[in-house]
Structures are given as structure tokens and as C-alpha cells.
Design a protein. Structure first.
Length: 213
């Protein structure tokens, strides 16, 4: 994969995060990751983990699943590969370096595409979402787990104040769920079917977006 002006800084950042990523994120993201995995496999066994990272969620899949993971960062993927080998996660069928805005999978390959804690990091999220929609089978779902900023009100104002801190740890409050909802409407064939608050205290959300059958 050749680096562009947006992918190079991201790969560099996650080369630094990779050695400490699991220590920081594992317990904090586990409930949201488990909810995303359950929603994804409910659509069928063939799942794409977009931005799979160190593979924290890979152990939450049932044995009958067929999971393919992609990520920009070789450093993160190496750790995911180690987990697959150490834990014998035979349901993980491939782990590849790939940009989620340029997926090399054929149209209508997957029952579900899940992207956990990544969509707000991608400079062109609509391009990534359109790629997820393309590789989804009709009736399949995009399952996002993420922090999304509040649309308005006192919490939104607080988030605005805290945004430099949130950005530093990788969670921007500037990105609202309404941006994904607007993208779904613009496609004419994707529909947000669930937006659910999760641990901790609703900070993370699960969003399911279904492709019409
Ligand atoms: C916060 S981590 C989340 C990792 C994993 N999904 C998890 O929940 O632990 C974000 C991941 O997205 C990856 N990423 C960011 N932009 C990407 C892109 N355009 N294509 C593929 N992966 C990307 C990063 O390399 C990083 O591994």
C-alpha cells in the first residue's frame, strides 16, 4: 500500500500507540466491542472488521464466524496476528494492510461490516461508509461502535470545551451521529435502524445501518 498525505500520519500515530494500546483501551471498549460483534454476527457469519487494530474484538466472535480484518497500521496488525496465533482464533480468515476508503474486496462480499472506534478518525468518513456499503450484501449491516458528540445542549457545550483532550486520546466530540445519518439518507438504500447508548454512561454508542434487500 502506498502512503498518502492522510494515511502516513495515521500510520505513524498508531505505530506509537500499538505497544500500549491494549493496556489503555481493552476494558474501556470491551462492552461496546462485544455489542458490535453480536450485532454483526446476527447478520451472518461473514464479517469485515474495518480498522481491526490490535484485534481486541477478535476473541468475542463465535467459532462459526468468518472474520476478515483490515487496518492501515502494520504495527497494530502484527499484534492482532499474534492474538490469532496465541489464542487459536481460527474464525479469523485474513488480516490485511488496507485503507478503509479503498477496499480491495468485491461488491456484496460481507454479511456485516463493523468499524469500532475508527470512523471519526478517517478524514473522509463518507468515502469509507460508501466502501462499507459497497462490500455489504443486500440486507447486511454496517455496525459502528464509537463516541459521537452530542448534537446540541449543555453536554455539547461541555464537549466543545473538552475537545482538545478528547482529540488527544483519539475521541473527537466534533463528529456527530447526524453526519452518518445524513450520509445514509443520501444513499437512498442505507437506513439507520438503531442508535444505542452503551458503557461508560452512554459515552460510546452502537449504530446499525442496514442496506436495503
Ligand atoms: C482507535 S483504533 C481502534 C482499533 C480497533 N477497532 C479497536 O476497537 O480496538 C483505530 C484504528 O483505525 C485504524 N485506521 C485509521 N484510519 C484508517 C484507514 N483509513 N484505513 C484503515 N484503518 C485505519 C488505525 O490504524 C487504528 O488501528
Amino acid at each position: 500500500m502506498t502512503d498518502g498525505p492522510t494515511t502516513a500520519p495515521m500510520r505513524k500515530a498508531y505505530a506509537r500507540w500499538a505497544p500500549i494500546y491494549d493496556i489503555v483501551y481493552d476494558k474501556l471498549t470491551e462492552p461496546a466491542a462485544r455489542a458490535a460483534v453480536n450485532a454483526a454476527v446476527a447478520c451472518g457469519p461473514r464479517v469485515l472488521e474495518a480498522g481491526v487494530g490490535t484485534g481486541l474484538a477478535l476473541g468475542y466472535y463465535p467459532a462459526h464466524a468468518e472474520v476478515h480484518g483490515v487496518d492501515l497500521s502494520e504495527d497494530m496488525l502484527r499484534r492482532a496476528q499474534e492474538k490469532v496465533e496465541k489464542r487459536g482464533l481460527t474464525h479469523v480468515k485474513s488480516l490485511q494492510v488496507m485503507d478503509v476508503t479503498h477496499l480491495s474486496f468485491a461488491d456484496e462480499t460481507f454479511d456485516a461490516v463493523t468499524a469500532q472506534f475508527i470512523i471519526t478518525l478517517v478524514p473522509e468518513p463518507e468515502v469509507a461508509l460508501s466502501e462499507f456499503a459497497r462490500v455489504l450484501k443486500p440486507g447486511g449491516e454496517i455496525v459502528l461502535a464509537n463516541h459521537f458528540g452530542q448534537a446540541s445542549g449543555p453536554i455539547a457545550a461541555l464537549e466543545e470545551l473538552a475537545s482538545p483532550i478528547a482529540k488527544a486520546i483519539g475521541w473527537s466530540s466534533a463528529f456527530k451521529a447526524s453526519r452518518v445519518e445524513a450520509w445514509a439518507r443520501s444513499t437512498g438504500r442505507m437506513e439507520v435502524v438503531e442508535l444505542k447508548s452503551l458503557f461508560p454512561a452512554g459515552f460510546f454508542k452502537l449504530m446499525r445501518i442496514r442496506k436495503s434487500a
